[in-house]
Write a protein that binds this ligand. Sequence first.
Ligand SMILES: Cc1cc2nc3c(=O)[nH]c(=O)nc-3n(C[C@H](O)[C@H](O)[C@H](O)COP(=O)(O)OP(=O)(O)OC[C@H]3O[C@@H](n4cnc5c(N)ncnc54)[C@H](O)[C@@H]3O)c2cc1C
Length: 389
Amino acid sequence: MSILLNDLDFFALDDLLSSEEKMTRETVKQFVDREVLPGIEGHFARETFASELVPRMAELGMFGANLKGYGCAGMNNVAYGLIMQELEAGDSGLRSFASVQSALSMYAIYAFGSEQQKQRYLPEMACGKLIGCFGLTEPDHGSDPGGMETRARRDGRGWILNGTKRWITNGTIANVAIVWAKVDEGVTGFLVDKGTPGFSAHDIKGKFSMRASITSELVLEDVHLDDSARLPEARGLKAPLACLTQARYGIAWGAIGAARTCYRCALEYAKSRKQFSRPLAGYQLVQNKLVRMMTEITKAQMVCLRLGRLKDEGRARPEHVSFAKRNNVSEALDVARAARDILGANGIVNEYPVIRHMLNLETVNTYEGTYDIHTLILGRDITGQSAFE
Ligand SMILES: Cc1cc2nc3c(=O)[nH]c(=O)nc-3n(C[C@H](O)[C@H](O)[C@H](O)COP(=O)(O)OP(=O)(O)OC[C@H]3O[C@@H](n4cnc5c(N)ncnc54)[C@H](O)[C@@H]3O)c2cc1C
């Protein structure tokens, strides 16, 4: 099903976008319509990632799109957000791939790496030849990454790493893993290349969500690394958290895309499906659902656009990003559930994209800080009292 561009711009927010930003959005939208949608249900059904799309995504400048230099496109943050929105209108798994490559892996190297590491990894990651993953979560530490058990201990001039990371997007297809580990001074990051002895990755199967995205476990058993593999500027937990802020920003935009696909599908369905004497769209209860969906998507668009402009001015705080991620993803999930309801029995089959988006959004609501963790971050911000460490 093709999604009409600008079909949901109730407050004429397009007027606030530059022609470059609109062009970027249109380019990605066309890519999604022509190259992603035809195959995505198949990938979701088979639990496979559409790796054939990676070279095209690179060609379109999607990897590290808002980073400058090193072969990156150097776009502003609104254009970057619009890319994420259009990718996730296709599938949250595809957007996850781009987020992990750009905002978690490339950004970690860009912000905390040595010049030598940046030269070695970033240009190849921008052109999609090197894939990255970001290993922070562990089997026993998700919302509290500070409790991580992965350790790096000094070994002469190098390091020995031991630990397990779980729920890692792109884990088995990554050429380089950003692994966060504890050292005597606190948390720091390491670049672990695929094939390093003692390092292995395997996929987590049986997911009902994000089936078109690779999710893996990383195991590090006495992995010897040279000191040149350590990210020299990554000092403390604030380093991985800064990467998460970048990724959450893109996720806030992405959720709008998934919600828009569901809304559009439900609206069309409600207009054409007749029950009793008239189309579903003619009943007040259904209109109430559609209006609520449209209202929440419109509000999410406004939040993101303002956030993107603040980010471009260097005024966006992590709490702004928490607000946007928490609100937009949770509302997108509600929109998807309402759309599934409006489609009735057809809402559970893959002839329509709604159930896939709905299932994906369950993950999006959990990862990158759960809804409740962002509530606590905002609660701390407005009260000055931390309800968690
Ligand atoms: C498909 C997928 C891909 C992922 N990709 C990555 C990746 O690439 N890299 C990576 O590092 N991680 C990744 N993750 C992991 C993700 O970030 C974690 O799942 C997330 O941080 C939540 O951690 P958890 O699952 O351990 O849940 P928990 O932390 O155990 O939380 C469970 C529940 O308890 C609540 N809770 C926790 N603490 C509190 C508290 N103090 N007060 C109130 N409620 C609380 C949470 O809100 C949640 O509802 C991915 C996860 C999924 C599902």
